[in-house]
Ligand binder design. Structure first.
Ligand code: UD1
Ligand code: MG
Length: 446
């Protein structure tokens, strides 16, 4: 059931010029997911009855990305954060609950912080404050002696005394829907930026006898992302949290700072992960798995007890059963490697099934592509593929078959057969010695 007392508005109409990107700022990814979706994911458990996004340039990109997750309203031109919230008026006609105003470029806010804000039912305005290491150009929060919020002063408009205040405005606010639009009607743009500041709502609400309060959050939750370097900082915050989370859940990381997770990585217990491992989206690792150093894993499922790497690449739809071994310089794509099978060295396995307990020798390649189409390789249970074998799909190797090293398999084979397709070995006695002697003489006589 939706919470009919809560609506959210996400401000995302800023131009984002400092990203220097043709991609909308709020669609830049953190851990493989657009920052806007991180924010919507965090909001979702609060079950707001309305999700409204205010967008300007690049609105089509935002629409395509969020689909039915939110309603999108255009703000054109952009006359400030107060003006941006006014754009939601028609959508929120008659809404009496709490309106939580979030920023699309402040995606790492926690659910707990949002809950802390919206539980203040007696305040007209709840502002999310923080004490940054460097207060710099943030708006400053002015409290009275009782700790109530009196006003927000923008840095540009602040005097020297006000600039000394270390409690800053994150920009995020929860506002009582009964008063929101009446208060917004009273905003003007007589300030240093000639903008309609949402922050002025606090002074106005106080002058009307309403209560305004501050809730504080740690800086890492409210950092704004305006540039690639701030994006990298947000990525680091996310990764550090993910590393800590997995270690708390029973995953050993040999060198936590060198392991990268995706927003949706799932890992079981007693998993050990070596240094320099990267997880892309849609990966699930079961219990008791070892991932050795330097693996790149994306869209893969790894069954319990398996050992992967070092230097392995698991690509989308790689599905490893239980107790599978995928060793160094092996690439697996869209392939089921069934329980107990081994692909230990230097192989490409793509569009394939490798049956239970099969052993794939070093340098085996499934030749899955003819330049136009992809074809499937099926390797039966317990099959043994000799080293340096090319298996040209579509083709089946029967259960328990043995393929001699260096073969090229192009036809389906029966189970338990020996398959060798290579030229017979010849031996010419003494040939090498004679060759060396004649060549050396030629060279000496030159
Ligand atoms: C704002 C706050 C400031 C706070 C700071 C925190 C105001 C007046 N000031 O300042 O107190 O310390 O955030 O980062 O609110 N946006 C729109 N439409 C607009 C203008 C902005 O959607 O017309 C969006 C932007 O995309 C952005 C957010 O609102 O996500 C904040 O806008 P920005 O211009 O960065 O505000 P600041 O000047 O940083
Ligand atoms: Mg800003």
């Amino acid at each position: 059931m939706n919470n009919s007392d809560l609506a959210i508005i996400v401000l995302a109409a800023g131009k984002g010029t400092r990203m220097k990107s043709s991609l909308h700022k709020v669609l830049h990814p953190i851990a493989g997911r657009p920052m806007l979706h991180h924010l919507l994911d965090r909001v979702a458990p609060l079950k707001p009855s309305r999700n409204i996004i205010i967008a300007g340039a690049g609105i089509e990109q935002v629409e395509r990305s969020v689909g039915a997750l939110a309603e999108i309203v255009v703000q054109e031109p952009q006359l400030g954060t107060g003006h941006a919230v006014q754009m939601a008026r028609a959508k929120l006609e008659g809404f009496k609950g709490t309106v939580l105003v979030l920023y699309g470029d402040v995606p790492l806010i926690s659910q707990a912080t949002m809950e802390n804000m919206i539980k203040h039912k007696d305040a007209a305005v709840v502002v999310l404050g923080f004490r940054p290491a460097d207060p710099f150009r943030y708006g400053r929060l002015k409290l009275n002696r009782a700790g109530r919020l009196q006003a927000i002063v923008e840095y540009k408009d602040a005097n020297e005394e006000e600039r000394k205040i270390d409690l800053c405005n994150s920009g995020i606010m929860a506002i009582d829907g009964n008063h929101l639009f009446d208060l917004l009607d009273l905003l003007d743009n007589k300030n240093a930026a000639n903008e309609y500041y949402l922050t002025d709502l606090v002074g106005i609400a106080n002058s009307q006898g309403h209560k305004c309060v501050v809730v504080e959050a740690p800086e890492r939750e409210v950092m704004g992302i305006n540039s690639r370097s701030e994006l990298a900082q947000a990525e680091k915050i996310f990764q550090d949290q993910a590393r800590q989370y997995f270690m708390d859940e029973g995953v050993s990381l040999l060198d936590p700072s060198s392991v990268y997770f995706s927003y949706d990585t799932k890992i079981g217990k007693d998993v050990s992960i070596g240094p320099n491992v990267f997880f892309g989206p849609e990966t699930t690792i079961d219990d008791d798995v070892t991932i050795n150093a330097f693996c790149h894993i994306e869209g893969a499922t790894v069954g319990a007890g398996s050992i992967v790497g070092p230097f392995a690449r698991l690509r989308p739809a790689a599905k490893l059963g239980k107790n599978v071994k995928v060793g160094n310089f092996v690439e697996v794509k869209k392939a089921d490697i069934e329980d107990g099978a081994k692909v230990n060295h230097l192989s490409y396995i793509g569009d394939a099934r490798v049956g239970k307990n099969a052993n794939i020798g070093a340098g085996t390649i499934t030749c899955n592509y003819d330049g136009y189409f992809k074809y499937h390789t099926d390797i039966g249970e317990g099959a043994f593929i000799g080293s340096n074998t090319a298996i040209v799909a579509p083709v089946k190797v029967g259960d328990g078959a043995i393929v001699g090293a260096g073969s090229i398999v192009t036809k389906d084979t029966e189970g338990d057969a020996l398959i060798i397709s290579r030229s017979k070995q010849r031996e010419i006695g003494g040939w090498a010695k004679t060759f060396r002697t004649t060549q050396q003489e030629k060279k000496d006589n030159k």
